[in-house]
Design a protein around this ligand. Structure first.
Ligand code: HEC
Length: 102
């Protein structure tokens, strides 16, 4: 492989990483058992969540707390249990990723 090919392969890998890493993180963290990106399962789809909080500038902080501690009432009567095994950094990354779904 020549130098240009290596550089463009690397650039592609880096560009593709964030989306993949976050979906993979959501899967690993158990979120996708209850949430689809575009489909409601037990909880709302992540596209619905992103749409709901589109103009709420406190959404990241609110949803961080909600995902960490669990809760009910925003989408219906089915509660989300606390995600106690997921680290704070992972929850922050996941919330940011959820809010970026369109
Ligand atoms: C056992 C099922 C379950 C799991 C696992 C789960 N959720 Fe949820 N989630 C729900 C339900 C049900 C709701 C709706 C709660 C409500 O109506 O307030 C919800 C709501 C949410 C919301 C919107 C909260 C709001 O107040 O609008 C976000 C964001 C979210 N989940 C992210 C996550 C993330 C990230 C994970 C993984 C770390 C996760 N969820 C794991 C069931 C789950």
């Amino acid at each position: 492989m020549n130098r240009t090919a290596i550089v463009s392969t690397l650039a592609f890998a880096v560009a593709a990483l964030p989306a993949l890493a976050s979906e993979e993180l959501a899967r690993k963290s158990g979120c996708l058992a209850c949430h689809g990106i575009a489909t409601k399962i037990v909880g709302p789809s992540y596209k619905e969540v992103a749409a709901k909080y589109k103009s709420d500038k406190d959404a990241a902080a609110k949803l961080f707390k909600k995902v960490k501690e669990g809760g009910v009432g925003a989408w219906g009567q089915v509660p989300m249990p606390p995600n106690a095994t997921v680290t704070d950094d992972d929850i922050k990354a996941l919330v940011k990723w959820v809010l970026s779904q369109k």
